[in-house]
Design a protein around this ligand. Structure first.
Ligand SMILES: NC(=O)c1ccc[n+]([C@@H]2O[C@H](COP(=O)([O-])OP(=O)(O)OC[C@H]3O[C@@H](n4cnc5c(N)ncnc54)[C@H](OP(=O)(O)O)[C@@H]3O)[C@@H](O)[C@H]2O)c1
Length: 309
């Protein structure tokens, strides 16, 4: 249970931030949101969220969540000239940073927040906007246990699964590993789906079997509608996936871990971007694979369950 007098601030109302902040606002939490493009935040007012005009308006909140894109964007919204800390007055007790960023960026953020007496909880997430809406998001958290305990009631209103993995930036490496797996699994799923189809098996039949086999997963189920009916509305962009594959390969170099599958997948994602398919969902890896296999893809127009209820 959260404490009713705790004020939450929220930076970043993109695809992820919108659904996360909406769950918090709907739970009755006192939440004030800010987004660079204000119009994207405005619909949250219907759930009781307050909309801030300036990042400094969030400085008087107790806990501030942040979900933007890259480490450069996090640094800008927190420590930039018009950032959260630019006002010089009261500051939050805890910042909960949920973007997928590097270990190094996270450590730098921890240092600059510590200088103002603010604890950082690194709290990246697994799941897309639809997963959040379905109440299936997962958080992986690291940082001071005190910050985790303070944030836990609010994390729990956003997601049913919250894992604390320890001090410092450990959550970042867990999330980076998770997204490397996301890339590799999606590319593999694209390869085998195209292989099965070229051999004569409709995609919906192939994926129905896979989803009900021991290899099926929440992920393979919720990507099935995109693969079968070619609905590539963005859940996660190829560029954000490339960023995460690069973070994984950077970490692999740092820790001297060979990652041959991740290296190849990173370049396939790069090809997707280079071919101009970067405004659609990363599930377009299927289309790239089909093109490379001389297979013309058509929507099968078969109703398929995404498993998200
Ligand atoms: N989508 C997914 O499935 C997924 C899953 C897990 C984790 N993630 C991670 O979550 C983060 C957000 O992803 P998303 O899919 O929600 O991205 P998105 O829809 O592109 O949203 C990005 C958000 O960041 C804001 N932003 C970016 N740069 C900024 C800057 N310099 N100053 C101020 N605001 C800035 C954008 O503001 P504007 O609205 O003004 O552009 C927007 O609110 C990323 O780190 C991503 O890797 C995504």
């Amino acid at each position: 249970m959260g404490n009713d007098s705790v004020k939450i601030g929220w930076i970043g109302i993109g695809r992820m931030g919108f659904e996360m902040a909406a769950r918090l606002a709907k739970s009755g939490t006192d939440v004030t949101v800010w987004n660079r493009t204000r119009t994207k935040a405005e619909p949250l007012a219907q759930y009781g969220a307050k909309i801030a005009d300036h990042l400094t308006d969030l400085a008087s909140c107790d806990i501030v969540f942040c979900v933007v894109s890259t480490w450069d964007d996090v640094r800008e919204v927190v420590a930039g000239p018009a950032g959260l800390l630019s006002g010089g007055g009261k500051v939050p007790r805890v910042v909960v940073e949920c973007s997928s960023i590097s270990l190094e960026g996270s450590a730098e953020l921890r240092g600059l927040l510590a200088r103002r007496g603010i604890e950082l909880l690194a709290a990246p997430v697994s799941g897309n906007a639809k997963v959040i809406k379905a109440g299936r998001l997962s958080f992986v958290c690291s940082g001071p246990k005190t910050a985790f305990d303070a944030a836990l009631p609010y994390l729990g209103k956003i997601a049913p699964a919250v894992t604390y993995v320890g001090e410092g930036e450990l959550a970042r490496i867990v999330k980076i590993c998770h997204n490397v797996f996301l890339g590799v699994v999606t590319q593999s799923l694209a390869e085998i789906t195209v292989l099965a189809q070229k051999a004569g098996v409709p995609r919906h039949a192939f994926l129905d079997f896979m989803n009900r086999s021991v290899m099926g997963s929440t992920f393979s189920r919720y990507k099935t509608p995109a693969f079968v009916n070619l609905d590539f509305r963005v859940t996660f962009t190829p560029k954000l996936l490339r960023k995460d594959m690069d973070l994984g390969l950077d970490a692999a170099r740092r820790y001297d871990v060979p990652m041959p599958l991740a290296s190849i997948t990173r370049d396939v994602v790069q090809t997707l971007i280079g071919r101009g398919m970067d405004d659609e969902d990363f599930a377009k890896l299927l289309v790239l694979q089909a093109e490379a296999s001389g297979l013309a893809l058509e929507a099968e127009n078969v109703p398929v369950d995404d498993g998200l209820g």
